[in-house]
Structures are given as structure tokens and as C-alpha cells.
Design a binder for this molecule. Structure first.
Ligand code: HEC
Ligand code: HEC
Length: 260
């Protein structure tokens, strides 16, 4: 955990010391995937599924897709058919509004709804291997498709997410926007600050040596500025995710991507 926290914190203090944070904002109107900020070796790893370690998670997720489980003894495939068709484009429009619950659900929460209500199986723990495997497999079916976030019922959540994005956080007193809007593209000690888009998640991060969720990435950024991160299933995390997806609307999904 400690060394996950270090790079962003370190970077922020170096930035502050260097006076870069006082520099004038240089937000480019162009949206740029974190993929563009990576070196050629890691880009190649993401482009080739045989090299992308996330493929191991995808394969496990594919097995789960076809496995009958729970008291209902139904597999995902029994109801949804081939994932290539049944799950095409789904991840590109999550979090989505659930009318019955009157609130948005993340893709992981939606998958768990089918686990518990349709398969009548135990919910998968958030960010457990099983959940990341299924989520990676489902998200893969949206690869290359544009992110869509326009359900008007998500508006209040998007607004709340945007407020969180602009609010200063932690001992370093920095907002997400100060790094990802105003300082995106700046490079310090070889680490570029990306625009902070959610289009590759879940993804394999070399630093984690594992596939992780968008939530895990956001918690890293929060602890990086020495803020107490929100809990895994906190509504604030969903609201932030909705805003990030809206901010990245139209960008191509890369899941499961690779990051350093
Ligand atoms: C001090 C600057 C800083 C702050 C503040 C910050 N981040 Fe980040 N963020 C980074 C850096 C640097 C990276 C990527 C490098 C790394 O791996 O640490 C990153 C990565 C990300 C990514 C992953 C992008 C990708 O392509 O995979 C997302 C999403 C993100 N941040 C969102 C946020 C959100 C939301 C907040 C506010 C809660 C936030 N960040 C606060 C510096 C920051
Ligand atoms: C018994 C049948 C059944 C099983 C088994 C089942 N689902 Fe579903 N699932 C449904 C139905 C029906 C819906 C649509 C409900 C609705 O429209 O509100 C749905 C909706 C979904 C959605 C949302 C789709 C969207 O367009 O928003 C996802 C994601 C999903 N299921 C994933 C899964 C996964 C992953 C599994 C296996 C772990 C699974 N489902 C197992 C019946 C099932």
C-alpha cells in the first residue's frame, strides 16, 4: 500500500516545490487517453492481448460467464448468450441509472445484482478477483466503442461528481482538476500527469502487479494527496466515476488496458 501512495504524493510535493503548481493552466481541449502518455513497450503490451497480463483475468472471467452457479444453477451465458453479443457496449455506458433502485449502479454492482437476484449466488466482494475477472471480461466486449454518458437521470450525480473533482483534497490541498485539467501533459521526473480518463478500467497496472478497478486508481490519487479515500462502494465514488465517464464521453474504451 505504502509504495502505491508514494509516486503521486512525491510528484505533488516536487511540483509544489518547483513552483509548477503556480504556473498558468494549460488545459488542452483535446482528450487524450493515458495510453498516449505511456512508453512504446507498455503500449505494445496493451495492444497485444497475448502480452497483456489482464488477459489472464479475462480468461477466468470467461470461464465464470459459462459456469452454472448459485441456487438457480444458471450461468450468465444461460440468460445472456454469447458475451460478444449480449454484453457488447454495456461497459461503455456504465454507471447506469437503475429505475427500481432510483440510483445509479456501477458495472460491478450491476453484475452483483445478477449474481444475487438471478443466479441466487453470494455477491462477489467488491474488487475481489472474481469480480475483477467478470468485470474485465464484460468490459472487453466494449473495447473500441465510444463512452456514452447521457442519461438525464444521472445529471445530479454528475454534478456532484464534478464538484468532488474540483474540490481541494488532503494535506496537499489539491483537487483532481488541478492535476488532471490544469497540469495534464506536464512531465516531472519522467512521470507524465495524464488527463485522468476512466476508459481503460479495469486494467492491469505494473505497479500493482494485478488488474485493479477504477476505484482503486482513484483511491491511489486520493491517498497521494494525503486525503482519506472514500470507501469502495461509497456513493461519492460512483458520482466521481459518472463525472469521469461524462468528461471522457466519446473516447474509445480500452478495457482491460495496461498502465505503468
Ligand atoms: C498530484 C496530482 C494528482 C491529483 C491531485 C490527482 N491525480 Fe489522478 N493521477 C495523477 C497521476 C500522476 C496519475 C498517473 C501516474 C501514476 O500512475 O501515478 C494519475 C492517474 C489517474 C487516473 C488514471 C488514468 C489512466 O489513464 O489510467 C485517473 C482516472 C485519475 N488519476 C483520476 C483522479 C481523480 C478523480 C482525482 C481526484 C480525486 C485525482 N486523480 C487526483 C495525479 C493526480
Ligand atoms: C436468470 C437470468 C440471468 C442470469 C443468470 C444473469 N443475468 Fe444478467 N441480466 C438478466 C436480465 C433479465 C437483465 C436485464 C434486466 C433489466 O433490463 O433490468 C440482466 C442485466 C444484466 C446487465 C446489465 C445490462 C445492461 O444493458 O445494462 C449486466 C451487466 C449483466 N446482466 C451481467 C450478468 C452477469 C455477468 C451474469 C453472470 C454472473 C448475469 N448477468 C447472469 C438476466 C440474467
Amino acid at each position: 500500500m505504502a509504495n502505491e501512495v508514494l509516486p503521486v504524493a512525491l510528484l505533488a510535493s516536487v511540483l509544489a516545490l518547483a513552483g509548477v503548481l503556480a504556473a498558468s493552466p494549460s488545459l488542452s481541449a483535446e482528450r487524450r487517453s493515458g495510453y498516449e502518455d505511456m512508453g512504446p513497450a507498455i503500449q505494445a503490451m496493451q495492444r497485444d492481448d497475448a502480452q497483456n497480463p489482464a488477459t489472464l483475468w479475462v480468461k477466468e472471467g470467461e470461464l465464470m460467464w459459462g459456469t452454472r452457479t448459485g441456487r438457480a444453477q444458471r450461468s450468465c451465458a444461460d440468460c445472456h448468450g454469447e458475451a460478444e453479443r449480449g454484453m457488447k457496449g454495456v461497459a461503455a455506458r456504465y454507471p447506469a441509472f437503475d429505475p427500481a433502485l432510483g440510483k445509479p449502479l456501477t458495472l460491478a454492482q450491476r453484475i452483483n445484482q445478477c449474481r444475487t437476484q438471478r443466479q441466487r449466488a453470494e455477491a462477489l466482494a467488491p474488487e475481489s478477483d472474481g469480480m475483477l475477472q467478470l468485470e474485465s471480461f464484460v468490459a472487453l466486449q466494449s473495447r473500441g466503442m465510444p463512452i456514452v454518458q447521457q442519461d438525464p437521470r444521472l445529471q445530479t450525480h454528475r454534478d456532484r461528481g464534478e464538484a468532488l473533482f474540483r474540490q481541494r483534497l488532503g494535506q496537499l490541498n489539491l483537487s483532481c482538476a488541478q492535476c488532471h485539467d490544469e497540469r495534464a501533459g506536464l512531465r516531472l521526473g519522467g512521470t507524465p500527469i495524464p488527463q485522468g480518463h476512466p476508459n481503460g478500467y479495469p486494467l492491469y497496472r505494473l505497479e500493482w502487479q494485478a488488474v485493479g478497478s477504477l476505484g482503486r486508481r482513484l483511491r491511489n490519487c486520493m491517498t497521494g494527496v494525503r486525503a482519506a479515500p472514500y470507501a469502495v462502494d461509497a456513493p461519492e465514488m460512483t458520482d466521481l466515476e459518472i463525472f469521469l465517464k461524462w468528461r471522457a464521453r466519446g473516447m474509445a474504451m480500452e478495457s482491460p488496458a495496461v498502465r505503468p
